[in-house]
Design a protein around this ligand. Structure first.
Ligand code: PLA
Length: 455
């Protein structure tokens, strides 16, 4: 650009803007349309006026409904404050936990002077990908043995979902995805922004605080043939309600009979039951029948690698040839987004997964985390019972995984935050992993007060 002749560059810019406005006038993007017109009508706007930002029109966005809870918590000076918003494991002392096995793997990586910091391939670390597919599909998976699975390393669970969604938007004939009602708050945004049309299927029944299985079957039964269906592999977020193995089998039969495409979100493998294989049963059921499916895996929770952003997307295909063509297209999705994934976290995971003794140590630590969460459920349930808190709180011990979907309404949540400095999402979800024996009584007092004083 020739900066010494502003009149030239501004008229070139005007020409580009007019072309853009002409282009937009023919489109349905009305918001953009009127904004472009007003910019074009005042050629000086946004140029040199002191104090005038070219971003003046930008409105402040609300905080994220989950991660924003931590922002509010961090601002609260109270010594008794408690963050039960984001699903992040804490110890009995309320501290974040780095697994011992992760520390050991990291030490091994640091000591290995042959390791370099070169770029990974677009699809990530090859060992990591193979081992991740095995972890979720099972070591004896026919799909893996027949080379029908392509796995790409992505930026944790979220990135894996997004890459899968972008791939589907480009290469799959059906652009409608059905997600459970309710679901993790980021799902509709991830899929919507990738260009898929998002619809919901009934999942949770507030009356029974359990699965609305009939509603689920009806909604999937009336979905158009070929539609994509998002399924939580285990430990459904936010409800903590999972189908039984028998119900999973019925879901599988219905979906296969209608050629619905399963997209599993596996963000909590090992966190539900404490056992990695048990928590992968739903996915394995679908992968075993020879049909196709997608799986997004996250190591944030089960290896405590939250900030390392380690995850994988696997696509199980009909044939090895299809899988390799799919992988070639996944590379075209990934390259313009972030080029290739980071090396450190995936190296930790690969180190642990390929060493028998490290793997064994991991399963023990994972089970300890799952058990601590289960014991928090019992302690909270007992604490409410001993206070005589009105209502049936048995769902606290029945629900599975990191969260309890308490049934508290948004007014009660606001009350608990204001009066007790307890932070949680407005839908009444609490992260059981953020609780400890020390903080259970405080939470029970808060719930008791909320239920008896706020309608
Ligand atoms: N899928 C589900 C169902 C999740 O609950 C989460 C994380 C993810 C995917 C993404 O995890 P990752 O990208 O970190 O691997 N849900 C958290 C955190 C734990 C969050 O909202 O980002 C939650 O508090 O709901």
């Amino acid at each position: 650009m020739n900066t010494s002749s502003p009149s030239f560059s501004s008229s070139a810019a005007d020409r580009r803007l007019s072309a853009l406005v002409r282009h937009l006038e023919g489109s349905s993007l009305n918001v953009l349309d009127s904004r472009s017109r007003s910019i074009a009508a005042s050629p000086t706007s946004g140029s040199h006026g002191a104090g005038n930002s070219v971003f003046d029109h930008v409105v402040r966005a609300p905080e994220d409904p989950i991660l924003g809870v931590t922002v509010a918590y961090n601002k609260d000076p109270s010594p008794v404050k408690l963050n039960l918003g984001v699903g992040a494991y804490r110890t009995e002392e309320g501290k974040p936990l780095v697994l011992n096995v992760v520390r050991r793997a990291e030490q091994m990586l640091v000591n290995d002077r042959s390791r370099v910091k070169e770029y990974l391939p677009i699809v990530g670390l090859s060992d990591f990908n193979k081992l991740s597919a095995k972890l979720i599909l099972g070591a004896d998976s026919p799909a893996i043995q027949e080379n029908r699975v392509t796995t790409v390393q992505c930026l944790s669970g979220t990135g894996s979902l997004r890459v899968g969604a972008e791939f589907l938007a480009r290469h799959y004939h059906q652009h409608t995805i059905y997600i459970p009602q309710p679901t993790w708050g980021n799902h509709p945004k991830v899929f919507g922004l990738a260009g898929l049309s998002v619809k919901t299927y009934r999942y949770y029944d507030p009356a029974t605080r359990g699965l609305n299985f009939q509603g689920l079957l009806e909604d999937l039964g009336s979905a158009p043939s070929g539609a994509i269906v998002l399924l939580h592999a285990c430990a459904h977020n936010p409800t903590g309600v999972d189908p039984t193995p028998h119900q999973w089998e019925q879901i599988r039969q219905l979906m296969r009979s209608k050629a619905l495409l399963p997209f599993f979100d596996s963000a909590y493998q090992g966190f539900a039951s404490g056992n990695l294989d048990t928590d992968a049963q739903s996915v394995r059921m679908f992968a075993k029948d020879g049909g196709e499916c997608l799986v997004a895996q996250s190591y944030a929770k089960n290896m405590g690698l939250y900030g390392e952003r380690v995850g994988a997307l696997s696509i199980v295909c009909r044939t090895a040839d299809v899988a390799s063509r799919v992988e070639s297209q996944l590379k075209l999705v990934i390259r313009p987004m972030y080029s290739n994934p980071p090396i450190h976290g995936a190296s930790i995971v690969a180190t642990i997964l390929k060493d028998r003794s490290l793997f064994q140590e991991w399963t023990i630590e994972l089970k300890a985390m799952a058990d601590r969460i289960i014991s928090m459920r019992q302690q909270l349930f007992d604490a409410l019972r001993s206070r005589g808190t009105p209502g049936d709180w048995s769902h606290i011990i029945k629900q599975i995984g990191m969260f309890t979907f308490t049934g508290l309404n948004s007014k009660q949540v606001v009350f608990m935050t204001k009066e007790y400095h307890i932070y949680m999402t407005s839908d009444g979800r609490i992260s059981m992993a953020g609780l400890s024996s020390r903080t259970v009584p405080h939470l029970a007092d808060a719930i008791h007060a909320a239920v008896t004083r706020v309608a």
